[in-house]
Design a protein around this ligand. Structure first.
Ligand SMILES: NC(=O)c1ccc[n+]([C@@H]2O[C@H](COP(=O)([O-])OP(=O)(O)OC[C@H]3O[C@@H](n4cnc5c(N)ncnc54)[C@H](OP(=O)(O)O)[C@@H]3O)[C@@H](O)[C@H]2O)c1
Length: 263
């Protein structure tokens, strides 16, 4: 399982010093690694998830490593009002100004189209599309008013390929890819940079029961193995930093080459 103890030792720097960041779904997996990496570069990070226990554990691990983290819990898929209330609480917790929003929380139930339960369809659309839309609607206007801000969406390599038995999840990520370029066009002229990172098959608690599938899936790709959450986090940190000042509406593939070399 991905845990703070399985993260590599992170070197600390000040490229995000004085900035605040919300990372949705950072109580686990890829989001957890993103929270650690942003905090290691000096950001005050809001650690978020549905489970207070998991989020508290991540925030404590960040503090142990010398970083700054606050916990805000909430089921974002519950309703648009719940997502907006979360945005408000998270903004308050970091002192009234959010510099970086990482839309990472996501779910990935799969199965043949005809058999996908209605509840999974509803949850996929809400968690993977509506929630990022709600949060950007709640947070981007204030960023635009200040003339500065960064939004990073976590999409997926699967949005670029057709896979039997996995139709709707990749479609939600393709929608998020589109929202990325649409928001770059909408908010970029006001100083808000919107970009995405598309992870490849990455070992996390969310797919811990499918390690053999991930191994088989990645065996023929250039990297030849599944990715680590921290590989995704380093790309997010780049996009969040001033080093990416001229990058708008881009998706960085951090997928071990699985899409590029797919036959
Ligand atoms: N792992 C991969 O191979 C892979 C590949 C491509 C893209 N991705 C994308 O990367 C992101 C993270 O995936 P992961 O593998 O790290 O997943 P994970 O280990 O299952 O973690 C998911 C996180 O999202 C949170 N979350 C889920 N639904 C939520 C909701 N309704 N409200 C609030 N929080 C919610 C979870 O909170 P709790 O802990 O409280 O449940 C958890 O913190 C997802 O968007 C996924 O689609 C993953």
């Amino acid at each position: 399982m991905t845990s703070s103890s399985s993260l590599p030792v992170l070197s600390h720097d000040d490229r995000l010093a004085g900035r605040t960041a919300i990372v949705t779904g950072s109580s686990s997996g890829i989001g957890e690694a993103i929270a650690h990496v942003l905090a290691a570069s000096g950001a005050h990070v809001v650690v978020h998830g549905r489970s207070a226990e998991r989020a508290d554990r991540v925030a404590a691990a960040i503090a142990e490593r010398g970083g700054r983290a606050s916990v805000v819990i909430g089921d974002l898929a519950e309703s648009p009002a719940a997502a907006r209330a979360f945005a408000e609480r998270a903004t308050d917790v970091v002192g009234g100004r959010v510099d970086i929003l990482v839309n990472n929380a996501g779910i990935f139930p799969t199965g043949p189209t005809a058999d996908l339960p209605d509840e999974d369809v509803t949850a996929l659309l809400a968690t993977n599309i509506r929630v990022p839309h709600d949060l950007v609607g709640a947070l981007a206007p204030a960023m635009a008013e200040r003339g500065v801000g960064v939004i990073v969406n976590i999409t997926s390599w699967m949005a670029n390929v057709g896979t039997p038995g996995v139709a709707l999840y990749p479609a939600t990520k393709a929608a998020l890819d589109h929202l990325t370029i649409a928001w770059a066009a909408e908010y970029g002229p006001s100083g808000v940079r919107v970009n995405a990172v598309a992870p490849g098959a990455t070992l996390t608690p969310g797919n811990a029961d499918a390690v053999a599938i991930l191994d088989a899936m990645t065996a023929g790709a250039p990297a030849g193995k599944p990715g680590r959450p921290v590989d995704i986090a380093f790309a997010v940190r780049y996009l969040a930093s001033d080093e990416a000042a001229y990058v708008h509406g881009a998706t960085i593939d951090v997928d071990g080459g699985i899409v590029a070399a797919r036959v």
